[in-house]
Design a binder for this molecule. Structure first.
Ligand SMILES: Cc1cc2nc3c(=O)[nH]c(=O)nc-3n(C[C@H](O)[C@H](O)[C@H](O)COP(=O)(O)OP(=O)(O)OC[C@H]3O[C@@H](n4cnc5c(N)ncnc54)[C@H](O)[C@@H]3O)c2cc1C
Length: 483
């Protein structure tokens, strides 16, 4: 099979999966307003791969077949940058608001596939399994979502120390044909409308947690897998009020009620030490991080653009303090762009023969980007002022009331009242609405706890050059040695 179309993807969602939303089981995700709207956004991403102008940007030809670049192992700098450009195109299409677009987990699975010998170190068949799974993903171009975190029953205790042994996802039984798992994983963003879920361990498991470390992939429609959606944050039928509704990336808790996973879909289990090393050692952190920072740039562009548009529309752009705020926002955008360039320029060959982006700039942005985002959001809200909360409803715009009140909503720069209201609503949706707040929380936590990630950057950093700098400063060259 070659790259999929949006229609192929949407058709695959009608498979009897068990998705719960608002207290009831969803019969058909496509007729459910929020799920259906986001599924169509994902479908458009699949269709981009067939756009004659973008096909060569998003895919490459291997063995006579077009393959998404997110599933192709980059072997040199050009291939890595091409991949970054492909991420950028998909992120631009969704304003960076769809963090878990199909290309995201693809990068993790591709890193795992390239590092098959890491998995084979546990058991040769796991090496084969992950290689086969990656090859299958290339053949089928299916939409993979992931859920890696255990429910926060008690974060001060390891998985095996929780008072309920089956809250964290655990292997209940090993059988001749596979394993049975029970417990839950989160946060399964877009799992309700994905084709498969990939589960893998992230650090830090503790001694005794061996049965909690399984890595595997199964179709969403697997019996016993129950997907419990959070409440929707938008109304996709009110696109003036919720202009960003098509990018509502539904999050979910994934409950595994004695789910059978056949051995051929198990990539790993039962080794705490390897589980803790897996994400970094396979370079999945590097490649998913590359995707994450490219996507972040697209979001920063949206936020910067909104801030500038608000200042220009309201005539505040001539004020020095507003210009300083806009310079601050543009500075963040440029730093985010520079981080992508630094990660790509500093790339090197991994032990798995994949050209791997430098992790240091990725981790730096991982820590600082949420702060930059928070400031961009603050600037938008400062510039928008009370107007952000005094726009009439979209029904008002269509009512007999509107012609009589329209002039109160015009902008001095000639922007029509309706355009001004729409921009203010966009600004609020991106920053202040439930949707906007979720986006901010996503930036903080999408790939782990920033506190521990920053600490890990320090602990893993080669600080010798910095300490040598201090040493040189401590031993100044006496003036007399200079002629
Ligand atoms: C909107 C959104 C979507 C996401 N989508 C996905 C997804 O699709 N797939 C996926 O796998 N993940 C996803 N994530 C990330 C993930 O599920 C977690 O949110 C993230 O890893 C942080 O874990 P946590 O939420 O359990 O927070 P915790 O790790 O529990 O952290 C919460 C607070 O407790 C503190 N804390 C907790 N434990 C410790 C400790 N041991 N030592 C010190 N401090 C501690 C932290 O510093 C922090 O302040 C998503 C996150 C968000 C917010």
């Amino acid at each position: 099979m070659t790259i999929r179309t949006g229609v192929d993807y949407l058709a695959g969602l009608r498979d009897g999966r068990e998705v719960w939303l608002g207290g009831r089981r969803v019969d058909d995700a496509l007729t459910e307003p929020v799920l259906g709207s986001t599924a169509r956004t994902v479908a458009r991403l699949y269709d981009l791969q067939h756009d004659p102008e973008l096909r060569d940007v998003l895919t490459c030809s291997r063995d006579g077949e077009a393959q998404p670049l997110s599933l192709v192992v980059p072997r040199n700098g050009d291939e890595l940058r091409r991949r970054g450009t492909a991420f950028n195109v998909a992120a631009q299409a969704t304003f960076g608001l769809l963090g878990r677009s199909p290309d995201f987990v693809n990068t993790a699975v591709t890193a795992f596939g390239s590092a098959a010998s890491f998995f084979a170190g546990v058991d040769p068949r796991f090496g084969r399994n992950i290689r086969d799974f990656h090859a299958e993903c290339v053949r089928t171009d299916r939409f993979l979502a992931h859920a890696t975190i255990n429910p926060p029953l008690h974060r001060g205790r390891s998985s095996s120390e929780q008072d309920d042994p089956f809250v964290h996802l655990k292997i209940v039984r090993r059988k001749s044909d596979g394993i049975i798992v029970r417990g839950a994983k989160l946060i399964g963003t877009l799992v309700p409308i994905a084709d498969e879920i990939v589960v893998f361990p992230l650090p830090k498991y503790a001694p005794g947690d061996d049965d909690y470390t399984a890595a595997f992939a199964i179709p969403i429609a697997t019996p016993g897998l129950r997907i419990v959606c959070r409440e929707p944050l938008v109304n996709p039928e009110r696109l003036v009020s919720n202009p960003l509704a098509p990018y509502e990336e539904i999050d979910a808790t994934c409950v595994f009620d004695d789910v059978f996973v056949p051995w051929e879909r198990v990539f790993f289990h039962g080794d705490v030490d390897l589980a803790n090393r897996l994400y970094d050692a396979t370079t999945a952190r590097h490649h998913t991080g590359h995707h994450g920072i490219v996507r972040g740039v697209a979001k920063a562009e949206l936020l910067a653009g909104i801030a500038i548009a608000l200042a220009e529309m309201s005539g505040t752009r001539t004020f020095l303090h507003v210009q300083e705020m806009l310079g601050d926002v543009l500075g963040s955008l440029e730093l985010a762009r520079a981080g992508v360039l630094a990660a790509e320029a500093g790339a090197s060959m991994s032990p798995w023969d994949s050209w791997t982006p430098a992790v240091e700039p990725i981790m730096a942005l991982r820590y600082h980007f949420p702060r930059m985002c928070a400031r961009m959001i603050e600037v938008i809200q400062l510039l928008g002022g009370g107007s952000l909360l005094s726009t009439p409803s979209e029904e008002d715009l269509r009512s007999e009331l509107w012609p009589g009140i329209e002039r109160f909503f015009r902008a001095g720069d000639g922007t029509s009242a309706e355009s001004r209201v729409r921009l203010l609503k966009l600004a609020w949706d991106a920053t202040g609405s439930s949707f906007g707040q979720r986006q901010m929380q996503y930036e903080r936590y999408h790939s782990g706890d920033p506190v521990r990630l920053a600490a890990a950057q320090y602990l893993g950093y080669d600080t010798s050059g910095l300490l040598e700098t201090v040493n040189r400063a401590l031993h100044p060259v006496p003036a007399e040695v200079f002629p």
